[in-house]
Design a binder for this molecule. Structure first.
Ligand code: 5GP
Length: 190
């Protein structure tokens, strides 16, 4: 059988697009073969989130020190908080022949695509903006101000979607998952 090649996946999806659900399903199916890169962030954990599982929750000072040390493969400021990908972790996985998924917003994704043009970039888009706003409000995890900032960011991000190799419309979770799975199988075999 042909050996699968380690690939770097960059997945962007506006806040509230439901990409978390799609990705959870994807990782349940592929957990032995592909690794989720846990980012660092300065935002506060949401009720169900755990340090070292969803994110490494760190202070602004720690984050800025890590930027200076060159610890990030990419980082970005999003909705008043810093988010960044740990360079050493990602490079170690790829060197060991394991594929990695970066679930990151569009500014950071752009930097990764420039640095690693061979990466597999995927944009997950909502069926429409009204639906997205409904989902963002429905999860009741953000203040009104944060929701407004996120909606602004979404509009900017949707403009970037054309720069990605693949586009998935997340209308139904199962269908979005199937599309992601097909992309993964196709890219792994290339
Ligand atoms: P949330 O606060 O909803 O968890 O994430 C907000 C946005 O930051 C999402 O679009 C998410 O994909 C993105 N994000 C998470 N980690 C990183 C990262 O390491 N780098 C960048 N650039 N964006 C990230």
């Amino acid at each position: 059988m042909k050996e699968n090649k380690a690939r770097l996946y960059v997945i962007t999806g506006p806040s509230g697009v439901g990409k978390g659900t799609v990705l959870n399903k994807f990782f349940e199916h592929n957990k032995d073969n592909i690794i989720y890169s846990i980012s660092a962030t300065t935002r506060a954990p949401r009720p169900q989130e755990k340090d070292g599982v969803n994110y490494f929750f760190i202070t602004k000072e720690e984050f800025e020190r890590e930027i200076e040390n060159g610890d990030f493969l990419e980082w970005a400021k999003y909705s008043d908080n810093y988010y960044g990908t740990k360079k050493s972790f990602v490079l170690k996985c790829l060197n060991e022949g394991k594929s990695v998924v970066l679930e990151i917003e569009a500014q950071g994704a752009k930097k990764v695509m420039e640095k690693y043009p061979e990466c597999v970039s995927i944009f997950i888009t909502p069926p429409d903006l009204d639906e997205l706003e409904k989902r963002l409000r429905g999860r009741k995890t953000e203040t009104e101000d944060a929701i407004q900032k996120r909606l602004e960011a979404v509009k900017r991000e949707l403009e970037e979607s054309k720069n990605y190799k693949y586009l998935i419309v997340n209308d139904k979770v199962d269908e979005a998952f199937n599309q992601l799975q097909q992309i993964y199988e196709k890219e792994s075999a290339l």
